[in-house]
Design a protein around this ligand. Sequence first.
Ligand SMILES: [Zn+2]
Ligand SMILES: [Zn+2]
Length: 141
Amino acid sequence: MKNKRKELSKNQKIVLEFIEKNNKPVKAYSILSNVQKKGINAPPQVYRALDKLIEIGKVHRIESQNSFVACKISNCDTPHKTVFSICNSCEIVSEINDPKLFKQLRDFADNDGTKFESYNLEFFGTCKSCVTEQRENVKIK
Ligand SMILES: [Zn+2]
Ligand SMILES: [Zn+2]
């Protein structure tokens, strides 16, 4: 896949850079307030940029949080087939890259035989560092 960053507009680049700087998913209003000094002042400008970034797979939407995260799988070419794990305690989101799971999902159909073209799966749990932290807290007590 060719480097799509070159095809991005100025606003799209600004929005993408801000999302990439963050470890956690960001909400649209937070994007807007942080890119204002760079000349993006209207919510539709942010949403238009997000739409494009999502379409090309550079950014994914976390449905449950209504937030946005940069693609962590380089050159993710399946922007409409995403799987995330979300920590219930620190809300950190990681993109799951599991070929076995993807293969299973590719062949997956519902009871009526409908094959799926897109999915946005979210798994909730406790991330490793939160588990460690919780264990240490218990020890201290
Ligand atoms: Zn991705
Ligand atoms: Zn966590």
